[in-house]
Ligand binder design. Structure first.
Ligand SMILES: [Zn+2]
Length: 269
């Protein structure tokens, strides 16, 4: 099995799947919480069972294929209902065919992404709040941005924030379901009220200091907006995308049409 679990902090396993996306297992003394399920080509539940013998609850930070397709390995999952349509689209036939193509290119069998729609029932409705795992607490927060129902998770005992896809050093904010840049930034800046000191995101294996997210959120100056350049990421979907570099080694790809007129209103102060 080609999962790579890393115990980044005590009881916090950041697990990379065979396609390179990460999920996070919070292994408490009484129960465990799996945040996201990856592409699901291989048995995610078996990987989790090798890391904890406690009951496991599974939540999805959002409904995109690379976070949600792995939920077929679990009897029950939870997700904010605001992402129901996103989930339906990205676990649907078209995206599964897309992922199957990627999997076959990496040497997996076509059956690694099954045909049956029934394997991806709609997750149960997640509600915001605290989950006491025994020695670890997960505070689940609705943070619309990357998608309308995106979740982030704060773990006070580890001073840790799990951002899902709401923030990566390379953040994508251009799919049809993404919020406009201005709204996304306003919401993300609210997260700075939480006293986290480190961050785990979905598309990097390592831990990032809080300063990276702070620098990212402070970097949307009029000058940086002016310097943003057209980029090809949205072409396949007919979306005009631009790439902005708010801080060293960080960038965001956003929908230029949704950000129109916002260039002088995005600074943090
Ligand atoms: Zn995503």
């Amino acid at each position: 099995m080609s999962f790579t679990p890393r115990e980044i902090l005590p009881g916090v396993f950041h697990i990379e799947d065979c396609m390179g996306v990460c999920m996070t297992l919070l292994a408490g003394g009484r129960e465990a919480l799996l945040v996201d399920t990856g592409y699901g080509l291989e048995d995610v539940a078996a990987c989790v069972r090798s890391l904890t013998d406690k009951p496991v609850r599974v939540i999805l930070t959002h409904g995109h294929h690379d976070h949600a397709l792995g939920c077929r390995w679990f009897a029950q999952t939870w997700m904010f209902p605001e992402d129901a349509e996103v989930f339906r689209t990205y676990t649907g036939r078209r995206w599964r065919d897309h992922v199957r193509g990627q999997a076959v290119a990496r040497g997996f069998s076509p059956q690694s992404v099954p045909d049956s729609d029934s394997l991806w029932p709609m997750p149960e409705k997640l509600t915001a709040g605290r989950i006491d795992l025994g020695g670890l607490t997960a505070r689940v927060i609705l943070r619309p941005g990357h998608t309308p129902g995106s979740a982030v998770v704060y773990v006070p005992e580890r001073e840790l924030l799990l951002t899902g896809d709401d923030w990566n050093p390379c953040t994508w904010l251009f799919f049809r379901e993404a919020l406009p840049l201005r709204d996304y930034l306003a919401g993300m800046r609210e997260l700075l009220a939480l006293p986290f000191r480190q961050v785990l995101c979905s598309h990097r294996a390592g831990l990032y200091p809080r300063a990276w997210l702070e620098a990212f959120l402070a970097g949307f100056t009029p000058e940086a907006m002016e310097a943003a350049e057209d980029s090809p990421e949205g072409e396949a979907q007919g979306i005009h995308t631009r790439t902005l570099k708010p801080a060293p080694e960080q960038w965001i790809v956003f929908d230029a049409d949704k950000a129109r007129g916002a260039s002088h209103a995005l600074s943090a102060d």
